[in-house]
Ligand binder design. Structure first.
Ligand code: SAH
Ligand code: SF4
Ligand code: F3S
Length: 437
């Protein structure tokens, strides 16, 4: 048995991909999971290229692992994921310690390549979805799992590497999705998050995304269903109606705006305007007034003026996001933006704008959390609080974390996977405090 250690960088899709890689390797009978990187025969880094700092972390980690490899002759070092796809040549020439370079669509070839001690496969596929492979779950809690429903992206937002590193968009057979979700529920899981770069464009034969969502939610009323990410251009009223009609589809939509300026959105090739985006927000509010809305924002994209930046801040206020992921623009080689636009916002200006965006979001998150104080929610318990062994934490349907006492009035312990009715008693901008009712 060879022991495999895998480290995951980047997005949730990479989490599932790492679990799929473990399933492929363990399925051969020749590999098992290592409990420590120092005992591993095979060390894999599943990497991300989305921003320069994501790649920097991996280069740095590679230096550390190169040193480890010197001490443990025979260890196979492999790079998987988006950096493998994007930087194959550079990795092979600059890091001789690397034995294996495999892109996101090549994981089925891993057993064969590892049998030879390494190799390269960065072929992208139009069909591969790893449909029938049930990922080996690496998170031990056993409550919440990611389920990949599609791969790739056809949107070509001008700043983004994903269409180049992940290839064309393709959807996974719904039968295999439903089977996997059924198995997860039977194994005690109580929440699944359906993943794709743009889940709204899921389509497989007669099944579109609202229909898939309905079928997944029908696996059990005790199973919570989430999904990410939705592209604003494809957020249909029918999706909102299916959500509203199905209580176990969570009241949370991640709808990345990227910018509040229509001029910027056009340069970004996002295919919607500020007005269109706000119309979608209004539709969500109309159909599900209790739905949380979160976003991604990029500060300092090519040509962004002070007015464009102000438009982003005003959009954020107008929507009143519950939560946001916020980034400085990082030019990615070979994207349309890198080829045709100047990365002309000074670093200091990007930093200042990002700080303003983060400051505003903290205000908005705190205001949203304050509105929840005194309200009742159902939470799904995920585990014991990191701060106190006397508390457990769980999430509301809106995806907010609530911390409550670990033991009930009768002394019984609240465990991961339990549903609890709670009243919110206090908050910070990041979490809610509550009591079980
Ligand atoms: N498919 C999803 C998000 C994928 S990447 C979507 O379209 O919303 C996650 C986020 O990273 C993006 O939403 C964007 O905000 C950010 N991002 C992507 N490329 C970037 C870049 N070059 N510089 C800074 N942020 C970037
Ligand atoms: Fe990137 Fe745009 Fe595709 Fe999202 S939709 S992965 S931002 S190209
Ligand atoms: Fe990163 Fe690739 Fe995901 S670039 S964000 S790991 S799709």
């Amino acid at each position: 048995m060879k022991r495999v250690w895998i480290e995951t960088y980047g997005c949730q899709m990479n989490v599932v991909d790492s679990e799929t890689v473990m399933a492929i390797l363990c399925g051969t009978g020749g590999f098992e999971r290592a409990s420590d990187v120092r005992d591993a025969d095979v060390v894999l880094l599943n990497t991300c290229s989305i921003r320069d700092n994501a790649e920097e972390r991996v280069w740095h980690r590679l230096d550390e692992l190169g040193a480890l490899k010197k001490r443990r002759q025979g260890t196979v070092l492999g790079i998987l994921g988006c950096m493998a796809e994007r930087l194959r040549e550079q990795i092979l020439t600059e890091r001789p310690a690397v034995d294996l370079v495999v892109g996101p669509d090549g994981y089925r070839s891993l057993p064969e390549l590892l049998a030879q001690g390494g190799g390269v496969n960065t072929e992208l596929s139009k069909e591969e979805t790893y449909a029938e492979i049930s990922p080996v779950r690496l998170d031990e809690r056993g409550v919440s799992a990611f389920v990949s429903i599609m791969r790739g992206c056809n949107n070509f937002c001008s700043y983004c590497v994903v269409p180049y590193t992940r290839g064309r968009e393709r959807s996974r057979d719904p039968q295999t999705i439903l089977r996997e979700v059924g198995e997860l529920f039977a194994a005690g899981y109580r929440e699944v998050t359906l993943l794709g770069q743009n889940v709204n464009s899921y389509t497989f034969e007669q099944v579109d995304f609202p229909e898939l969502l309905r079928r997944v939610a029908a696996v059990s009323p005790l199973l919570r269903v989430r999904f990410a990410t939705s592209h604003p251009k494809d957020l249909t009223d029918r999706l909102l109606e299916v959500m509203a009609a199905t209580p176990n589809i969570c009241r949370a939509i991640h709808l990345p705006a990227q910018s509040g300026s229509t001029r910027m959105l056009e340069l970004m090739n996002r295919k919607y305007t500020r007005e269109w985006y706000l119309d979608r927000i209004a539709a969500i509010r109309r159909v599900m007034p209790d739905c949380a809305i979160s976003t991604d924002v990029i500060a300092g994209f090519c040509g962004e003026t002070a007015e464009d930046h102000a438009a982003t801040l005003s959009l954020m206020r107008e929507v009143g996001y519950e939560f946001a992921y916020m980034f400085k623009y990082s030019e990615r080689p070979d994207t349309v933006a890198a080829r045709t636009m100047a990365d002309d916002v000074a670093e200091a200006v990007k930093t200042a704008r990002l700080a303003e965006i983060i400051g505003l979001q903290n205000e908005l998150s705190l205001a949203s959390n304050r509105r929840d104080v005194g309200r009742e929610f159902e939470i799904l318990v995920e585990g014991v609080s990191k701060r106190s062994s006397e508390r457990v934490f769980g999430r509301t349907s809106q995806n907010k974390v609530v911390v409550v006492g670990r033991f009930g009035a009768d002394g019984a312990e609240h465990r991961a996977g339990d549903y609890l009715r709670v009243r919110v008693t206090g908050c910070s901008s990041a979490t809610l405090q509550g009591e079980v009712i």
